[in-house]
Design a protein around this ligand. Structure first.
Ligand code: NAD
Length: 704
């Protein structure tokens, strides 16, 4: 039998309950059972006069067992009953807290009678990030200790609070330096010596002095208005119950109801799915676990434009020294100037200390010579999107960087294998596709070339979290995972506009789903010119369908010099940054429809817009899986939520399709094939999607 992760030891006449469940002392079923057993042992040892509860390793209990929520029989009852018995002890119970006490960990600490924390400790109830609410009396004890406003704020954002803030709020009783366990034992002895009567959070009233009479109803109404996140309403209602229910037990029952209510919501399922999905992306099938990685301590970036500058900042933010190479001193100065301006803006907003910003800028060494890249461990090329230029630079880099160094290209559309070939060192090469602004956006698509050395791939995947990125592996294809799917999404958006929908209607329909920005606003912001050029370039390589109406609108806008926000007109016209209806564009869409024989309709519903945009994208995602471009459906969901503003509460496009049912998606694709015609194969259903639908399986959700 395995050793229990919980033990009860004796320190003279004080019991020491120790949790040892690495890495973060999460509340596994074994740990909960261990706690129950240790408490029973303490109850049976009346000679012990107080209990200290502490954790081994780097942190106090930092959360629950998230996988357990997927079990249809999941129940919080055993743990909650344990917390009740712990709090009910008549001998003092001291929590000795270090690291991060999160979720079930903070709920454990709040059931103790005294909370002593090592300086630097942070505490929080982050359940909302999984679409859940604290389910082990956090919604009941926290408002009693910290007040309703603070508790609501902490639970609705999931934010961790630091030691001083937690002390001031009454969540912690005392801070210490040095030997936490010794201090906790000393505190327990002192409490015993004073004959101190345990102070139970459950016996307190939620302080309501100073709150408006309708405070709780207002809080509930505000939270419920954010209907995409049902956990917010549930948290507010549970806190209202903490303040207004006649007894703690009734508040407890209210919390339990609310918890079970959110546990099975699609939103929470989706957010939990993403939690696991993000932890999964680094697992690359077929790669040996013990693959020796290359060390990355110095990095080069070629090109100090929009992307190169952002990439250099992302690296410097992680403490990595960067050599930033440009072709001309003018471009180099402009690039460095922009980097400086960017940091200064962050300092001005109070988000970064000035000296830290200076240190980061100092990590970036501007240069006009490729020779300065000789000693870097990784170089990322971010010059213009031009194959001839990229090949020329790859060859230069292949010759100049030391053996064993990794060479990456930030191309968004070009064939990484061709560029790798040009470097003369294809095994050292891959794509690192950052998203703009590269110092902000979390997504990094790592493009695995046909000849990329597995160690190179694994090294870059390991680097990603160091520079604040979530990395997803993509195979080589046009647009990789994200932009390839975005292309079909834009295709349908444009057809809908030509059929008679307005940009505001198309954007509104997907924004109502929770997407940050609809396709028309997005392209107006990114630049119609940028979008049109990629379509035109794709056409030159023979990559477009033989359909003259394919994305005809974006090309026509480009031809008219309507580049979106930057020229004041695109799909919309702009006053400042405010998009307004653009009658010229509506007329243009109508003229194009006439030219291409596209029937105009007045009956385009929001549902049709959503289905055509999202389901065609899901279909493309299934093809991406079929072709092995992505390893798993959940990787595709991470691409869309981390890189394209797809809402976390929908879990990504593949998860959305799984939740709506793949059979339904197939049926709708077939419907559009019929009503729209399928001459160009736009509605050809992916065989994988069809097969999964027939088998009642998913593409992403739970497909771990
Ligand atoms: P950009 O025009 O802002 O910057 C390109 C920079 O490369 C310029 O500063 C130019 O002076 C420099 N350059 C050109 N030739 C050079 C050479 N021989 N040596 C050194 N520097 C040279 O372009 P960008 O938007 O930063 O795009 C760069 C790359 O990133 C492209 O491949 C693009 O497809 C890709 N990308 C762009 C975005 C985006 O949103 N802008 C997103 C992802 C990927």
């Amino acid at each position: 039998m395995n050793r229990s992760p919980v033990s009860l030891q004796r320190e003279g006449d004080i019991g020491l309950l120790l949790i040892d469940n690495p890495p973060v002392n999460a509340l596994s079923p074994d740990t909960v059972q261990g706690l129950i057993d240790a408490l029973a042992a303490f109850e049976a040892a009346p000679e012990l006069r107080a209990l200290v509860l502490a954790c081994e390793g780097r942190t106090f209990v930092a959360g629950g067992d998230i996988a357990a929520f997927e079990d249809p029989d999941f129940s919080a009852v055993p743990y909650n009953a344990f917390l009740g018995r712990l709090e009910a002890l008549t001998r003092p119970v001291v929590a000795a807290i270090h690291g991060t006490a999160l979720g079930g960990g903070l709920e454990l600490a709040m059931a103790c009678h005294w909370r002593l924390a090592l300086r630097g400790t942070r505490v929080g109830l982050p359940e909302v990030k999984l679409g859940l609410i604290p389910g082990s009396l956090g919604t009941q004890r926290l408002p009693r200790l910290a007040g309703a406003e603070k508790a609501l704020q902490m639970m609705s954002t999931g934010r961790m609070v630091g030691d001083q803030e937690a002390l001031a709020a009454g969540i912690l009783d005392e801070l210490c330096d040095g030997d936490l366990r010794a201090a906790a034992l000393a505190r327990a002895r002192a409490l015993v010596a004073q004959d101190w009567q345990p102070r139970r959070a459950s016996a307190l009233q939620v302080p309501t002095a100073g709150l408006a009479p309708d405070f709780f109803d207002q809080a509930v109404a505000l939270a419920e208005a954010q209907f995409h996140y049902p956990a917010l309403g549930a948290i507010a209602r549970a806190v209202r119950a903490a303040a207004t229910a006649p007894s703690f037990a009734e508040g407890e029952a209210a919390e339990a109801r609310e918890f079970m209510g959110v546990l099975r919501t699609p939103q929470s399922q989706a957010m939990r799915h993403l939690f696991f999905a993000e932890r999964q992306t680094g697992k690359i099938p077929g790669l040996p676990k013990d693959l020796p990685l290359r060390s990355i301590e110095r990095v080069g970036v070629v090109g100090a434009g929009t992307m190169g500058g952002g990439i250099a900042m992302a690296l410097a933010n992680a403490g990595l020294p960067v050599v930033l190479v440009e072709a001309t001193s003018v471009a180099l100065e402009r690039g460095m100037g922009l980097i400086r301006k960017n940091y200064e803006a962050t300092v001005a907003k109070g988000k970064l200390a000035a000296d830290v910003a200076e240190k980061r800028i100092a990590l970036i060494t501007p240069s006009l010579s490729y020779d300065d890249l000789a000693q870097v461990d990784l170089v990322i090329e971010a010059v213009f999107e031009d194959m001839a230029l990229k090949k020329e630079i790859a060859a230069k880099l292949g010759a100049v960087v030391k053996p064993g160094a990794i060479i990456a290209t930030n191309t968004s559309t070009l064939d990484v294998d061709q560029i790798a070939q040009a470097s003369g060192r294809p095994a050292d090469m891959l794509g690192m596709h950052f998203f703009s602004p590269a110092n902000v956006m979390r997504l990094l698509e790592v493009v695995r070339g046909a000849r990329t050395d597995p160690a190179v791939l694994a090294t870059v995947m390991k680097l990603a979290p160091r520079i604040g990125k979530v990395a997803v592996v993509s195979g080589v294809c046009y647009g990789f995972i994200g932009n390839r799917m975005a292309e079909v999404y834009m295709r349908e958006a444009e057809f809908l506009l030509m059929e008679g929908a307005t940009p505001a209607q198309v954007d509104g329909a997907v924004q109502a789903l929770g997407l940050a920005m609809g396709p028309c606003r997005m392209l107006d912001m990114a630049g119609i010119d940028v979008g049109a050029k990629t379509v035109i370039e794709l056409g030159k390589t023979g990559g477009l369908p033989a359909d003259p109406s394919y994305r005809a609108l974006v090309q026509a806008l480009y031809a008219r010099g309507q580049y979106g926000q930057k020229t004041g007109a695109g799909y919309y016209r702009y006053e400042g940054r405010t998009p307004l209806p653009n009658p010229d564009t509506l007329a243009l869409a109508e003229a194009l429809a006439r030219e291409h024989g596209i029937a105009r309709r007045e009956d385009i519903s929001d549902n049709e817009i959503v289905e055509r945009l999202i389901y065609s994208m899901v279909n493309e995602g299934a093809r991406i899986l079929e072709e092995g471009i992505a390893y798993r459906g959940s990787d595709i969901d991470v691409v869309w939520t981390a890189g394209y503003g797809f809402p976390d509460h929908a879990g990504g496009p593949m998860c959305l399709a799984d939740l709506r049912g793949l059979a339904h998606v197939v049926q709708r694709l077939e419907h559009y094939a019929q009503v729209r015609g399928n001459a160009h194969g736009y509605w050809r259903v992916s065989p994988l999607l069809r097969q999964r639908a027939a088998e009642g399986r998913t593409l992403s959700l739970g497909a771990r």
